[in-house]
Design a protein around this ligand. Structure first.
Ligand code: 2YC
Length: 278
């Protein structure tokens, strides 16, 4: 899992309005709408509930410590969506205790390995990797105007890729898996066999031919330049939760509105909708 840096995220808060419009153009839905689509929730009902839902973002000093702007950015994304969010005044244990004492509905916090949302009423847990894979697959479904029976390649079979693959299957897509370690892809194929439609999942061993035979791609690797410019066809749609982005500058220009990528927004929005349960 790639550790974000301040310069990855310091522009997000003031760019939320523009990003929301970009999402609307690419998917037909807003940041809230895409997150609702990922969890099959009615946006109107969510809008009525979220103002009363208080979320405390608690900075965590463990391990490599605080990422400047991380908690503030998470809270800004939640506030933009309409949640009653704040960064707790204290970090770590004190911040968690403050959330309980002030009767917050949820906490969001991250150490070096795990970024979670915790619902303090029903004890549900929203994991960032699971939510991110799910919401980017849902965004691709919207971009493609439905992925049923369409061939989708998942590049990177870690926790984000696995969640994306499960979500793609739930949309009726035909899923192909690729990982730089073929054993990892094979292991995920075996896990997915238990899902509806999972038995048709295939493992691709050559990325070039895989990209040629799948018109849709979820790029979920922690590496840059994983999609060579020459492999970008004129109809390929790419949802890229992987950080850093696997597409080059030139590739981004070629793809234009056919590429969806962000470093926190969709994952945080999805975690919040997941926490609201129901
Ligand atoms: O500021 C803080 O509270 C830090 N403890 C936050 C550390 C976040 C580490 N994780 C990441 O940079 C990202 C996650 C947002 C998702 C994957 N990597």
């Amino acid at each position: 899992m790639t550790r974000l840096q301040t310069n990855d995220i310091c522009h997000i808060s003031k760019g939320l309005g523009i990003y929301n419009q970009e999402l609307l153009m690419k998917t037909g839905r807003t940041l809230l709408g895409v997150a609702c689509h990922a969890y099959g929730r009615e946006e109107i009902k969510i809008r009525q509930q979220l103002e009363a839902f208080s979320i405390h973002v608690v900075p965590v000093t463990a391990g490599e410590g605080i990422i400047t702007e991380f908690s503030e950015t998470v809270s800004a994304i939640l506030g933009f969506l309409g949640f009653n969010s704040r960064v707790s005044a204290a970090s770590d244990t004190s911040g968690i205790a403050q959330a309980f004492v002030s009767n917050a509905d949820a906490i969001m916090m991250s150490d070096d390995n795990t970024f979670v949302g915790l619902n303090l009423n029903n004890r549900s847990v929203a994991d960032n990797s699971e939510a991110t894979g799910r919401v980017f697959a849902a965004a691709l479904d919207l971009m493609a105007k439905g992925l049923k029976d369409k061939a989708v390649l998942v590049q990177g079979c870690g926790p984000v890729g696995e969640s994306a693959a499960r979500t793609l299957l739930s949309f009726g897509a035909r899923v192909a898996l690729y990982d730089i370690d073929a054993q990892v892809a094979l292991c995920l194929k075996n896990k997915l066999a238990a899902c509806p439609g999972g038995h048709k999942t295939v493992v691709e061993t050559h990325l070039n031919s895989a990209l040629a035979s799948n018109g849709y791609l979820v790029e979920a690797t922690p590496s840059a330049d994983t999609i060579k410019d020459g492999l970008i066809s004129d109809h390929l749609l790419v949802a890229a939760p992987g950080v850093p982005l696997g597409v080059s500058e030139k590739g981004c220009q070629v793809l234009g509105n056919r590429l969806l990528h962000d470093k926190l927004e969709l994952g945080v929005a999805a975690m919040a909708i997941c926490l609201m349960g129901g």
